[in-house]
Design a protein around this ligand. Structure first.
Ligand code: SF4
Ligand code: SF4
Length: 345
C-alpha cells in the first residue's frame, strides 16, 4: 500500500497525467462537482458525489458509431473511432464503481460485445475512493455495497482512502498495479493499519443514514406479475413529468437511441442516451408499446427491481447512489417506490 500527504495529491495527478488523461472531481461556481480533466492548478473537490455519475467515461451521452460517406450513387462506410488514450478516473465512489459491473453485464459479458464500450473499459483505470461522510440520500449498504472499501468485493482497479491527512492507495487489479508502479516515486510506503479506524467509522456512519435499513426482502420475493399489477404504479406515475432526469443521472441506466444526421456529404450515425420515461421511447413504426406515463414509470422501476434481478442472479440494477432522490423535480424516486410496494404487499 502507498500513501501521499493530502497537500501533495497534485503530485500524483501530475505524475499520472504525463502518460494518460486523469479525471478528478472538481467543484463549479454553484458549488456542484463533476469530473474534469486534470490540469495544473485545478483543485480536487472533496464532494461525496459528482452530479453526473462516472458512467459517462465508458458510456458517453453521445457518440458517433459509423459514417456513411456519399460517393456518387453509393456510400463508403467509415469507422470514426479514434484510438482511445489510456485514462484514469480518480474519486469514483463505491456505488458508481458497482454500477460498472451492471453495465458490463449487458455490454461486455455477453455476445455481441459492445466494442465501443469495451474499448473505453480496456483503457480506463478506476480509482475508487472510500466515502468518509455518506450523505442522507445514500443507501448503497441496503444493496450490500461497502463504502468503506474494507471488502475486496468492491469494484475498481485501485482502492483509495482519505485518512489522517493523507491519501492511501491499494492496487486491486493488474491495471491498478501498473498505474501505481508507474508513479511510485511520489508515494511513501504505508501499512493497512492506518485505515482500519476510518473503515469502522464509515461503517458506523452508513448504518445511520435514513434509508440504511430499506427493506428489499419483500421485493425480492414478490412474483413478477403481482409487482407488475401493483396499485402503486398509479401513485408513482401521477406526479412524474417524464423529463428523464432520473435516467440521465443514474449510473446504471444504459438505454440509448440511434439517430442519423445527414450533413450533405456524409451521414453520421450517432447513439445518444435515451430514457424509458420519454413518450417516444422504443417508438416503432406500428405504434409505441407504452402509451401512458404509468406504463413508462413502471418499466423503469420494474427493470431495476425485478426484470434485471430475474435475469442476473438477483442483483438489483440500482446501487443506492441517491442521485434520483436529489434530482427529480417532483421528488419521486426509487426509495419511495420500494416503500410503496412494501406497504401494498
Ligand atoms: S435508481 Fe436512483 S439511487 Fe438507484 S442507482 Fe439509479 S440514480 Fe442511483
Ligand atoms: S426525474 Fe422525476 S419527474 Fe423526471 S422522469 Fe424521473 S421520476 Fe419523472
Amino acid at each position: 500500500m502507498y500513501s501521499i500527504s493530502e497537500d501533495k495529491i497534485d503530485l500524483f495527478f501530475e505524475a499520472a497525467a504525463k502518460t494518460q488523461d486523469v479525471y478528478i472531481p472538481v467543484e463549479n461556481s454553484s458549488g456542484k462537482s463533476n469530473f474534469e480533466k486534470y490540469e495544473k492548478g485545478i483543485k480536487l473537490s472533496k464532494c461525496l458525489k459528482t452530479v453526473r455519475s462516472a458512467k459517462d467515461f465508458f458510456f458517453p451521452k453521445a457518440e458517433n458509431l459509423v459514417n456513411y460517406i456519399k460517393e456518387g450513387k453509393s456510400f463508403k462506410v467509415e469507422d470514426p473511432r479514434k484510438d482511445v488514450k489510456d485514462f484514469v478516473v480518480f474519486g469514483v465512489r463505491a456505488c458508481d464503481a458497482a454500477s460498472f459491473n451492471i453495465i458490463d453485464s449487458v455490454y461486455l459479458n455477453q455476445t455481441p460485445v459492445d466494442t465501443y464500450y469495451k474499448n473505453r473499459r480496456d483503457h480506463g483505470t478506476v480509482i475508487t475512493l472510500a466515502c468518509n461522510n455518506p450523505e442522507r440520500t445514500c443507501f448503497c449498504s441496503a444493496y450490500g455495497l461497502d463504502p468503506s472499501l474494507s471488502s475486496s468485493e468492491n469494484a475498481g482497479d485501485v482502492f483509495a482512502w482519505n485518512c489522517d491527512g493523507k491519501y492511501f492507495f491499494d492496487a486491486k487489479t493488474e491495471k491498478g498495479k501498473k498505474l501505481l508502479e508507474s508513479v511510485k516515486d511520489v508515494f511513501e510506503n504505508s501499512t493497512e493499519e492506518k485505515i482500519k479506524d476510518l473503515q469502522k467509522e464509515i461503517t458506523d456512519k452508513i448504518a445511520q443514514v435514513p434509508f440504511a435499513a430499506l427493506d428489499l426482502e419483500k421485493i425480492k420475493k414478490l412474483p413478477m406479475l403481482d409487482m407488475f399489477n401493483a396499485k402503486a404504479w398509479d401513485k408513482v406515475a401521477e406526479p412524474c413529468l417524464g423529463c428523464g432526469t432520473c435516467t440521465y443521472v443514474c449510473p446504471t441506466c444504459m438505454c440509448f437511441d440511434v439517430r442519423d444526421f445527414d450533413s450533405g456529404k456524409k451521414i453520421e450515425q450517432v447513439r445518444c442516451y435515451d430514457s424509458c420515461m420519454y413518450s417516444d421511447f422504443t417508438q416503432m413504426a406500428a405504434e409505441n408499446p407504452r402509451h401512458t406515463q404509468k406504463e413508462r414509470s413502471r418499466q423503469r422501476f420494474m427493470h431495476k427491481l425485478k426484470y434485471y434481478p430475474m435475469a442476473k442472479e438477483n442483483v438489483f440494477a440500482c446501487v443506492g447512489c441517491g442521485r434520483c432522490l436529489e434530482s427529480c423535480p417532483v421528488n419521486m424516486n426509487i426509495v419511495k417506490v420500494i416503500k410503496m410496494l412494501n406497504e401494498e404487499f
